[in-house]
Write a protein that binds this ligand. Sequence first.
Ligand code: NIG
Ligand code: FE
Length: 410
Amino acid sequence: MSILIKNIKSLIQVEENPVNYKAGKEMQNLATIENAYLLIENSIIKDFGKMTNCPKNIEKEIDASHKLVFPSYCDSHTHLVYAGSREIEYKDKIMGLSYEEIAKRGGGILNSAKLLQETSEDSLYEQSMARINEIISLGTGAVEIKSGYGLTVEAELKMLRVIKRIKETSPITVKATFLGAHAVPLDYRGKQEEFVELVINEMLPVVASEGLADYIDVFCDKGFFTVEDTERILMAGIKYGLRPKIHANELAFSGGIQTGVKYNALSVDHLEFTGDEEIKALLNSETMPTLLPGAAFFLGMIDPPVRKMINSGLPVCLASDFNPGSSPSGNMKLIMSFGCVKLRMLPEEAINAVTINGAYAMGIQDTHGSIAKGKIANLFITKEIPGYEFMPYAYGSNLVETVILNGEII
Ligand code: NIG
Ligand code: FE
């Protein structure tokens, strides 16, 4: 099936010569074509250009006058497979308890793990699909989903099987990450190494043999897993062909960023605690620094020094961290607004951060993250808006009108 989108007011993030990601000053470059057309054939972007060269007599035509076309968002960090919700802790937080305090008394991730252990695989799938359908309607076309609310062999596998089922049944592109070391269960308190052994010796081999994960993650931070724990788990994962993508420096200068770079992580994520040493480690690495401003906003945390990072020449990616404890939203447009308002990123930088840099951070930059010939036709048409800056600016409005995934209108 061919689809022609014509009279596009502005076609955003076009690439003649696709790049892997944008870094430093290049993050301000966002190529657009005004008064454009876009031709989709089967599931692929076949062609695009100025309306003066627009092809004729295509099976299905969509008029996009006064509207913009964007490549779908690539949300490279989420925990959207979870059971129930945690709004009770939200109240505790408002009353003054910190994320770490809630975790220490057995709440937080452990609370979600208990709920997930008691939830059937079918119900977990249904709950998660409702979130998937919501983010699709908000413009996300590719999403990374982590395990980590299981914390037992059985429950981790249940989570990962749900992620696999989403991959098979939803039009959204999915990457799965095994995050066995997300929190230390209460019965392993004081014997954390034993839990690390369980992750390495009991969980990982099954996850790998069933092909349930693309990447491996560890919550490397103060009060969670140490650099030593992290190194052991990453080395074991790498042996099974799982590249690291880790949680680092959310709660302290934990050494997580340097550890991620040392093991050639595809990304290190959160990074509220980033100093000169961390920036130095990231420069000349292949690791994408990924910021999760939804979590920093929701937990009232300090913001990472993003201007300094970009000005030093680093790329940055923005992701939602969609999860029940620190960021109960997968709205990538709102994440762009946080990027602009809280992190002082320019709209062009924020758009690059949620498209091409997000695609790199999940290993799909060859097929996703921009409007380029031969890439998968994952894109959305906006409502009538004046220009791309309006997207992060109008932070409370859903401006997505039509979603196309794999060349099909959703
Ligand atoms: O990315 N930091 C660790 N994990 C999640 C939070 C998970 C939770 O609180 O449920 C995060 O913020
Ligand atoms: Fe996270």
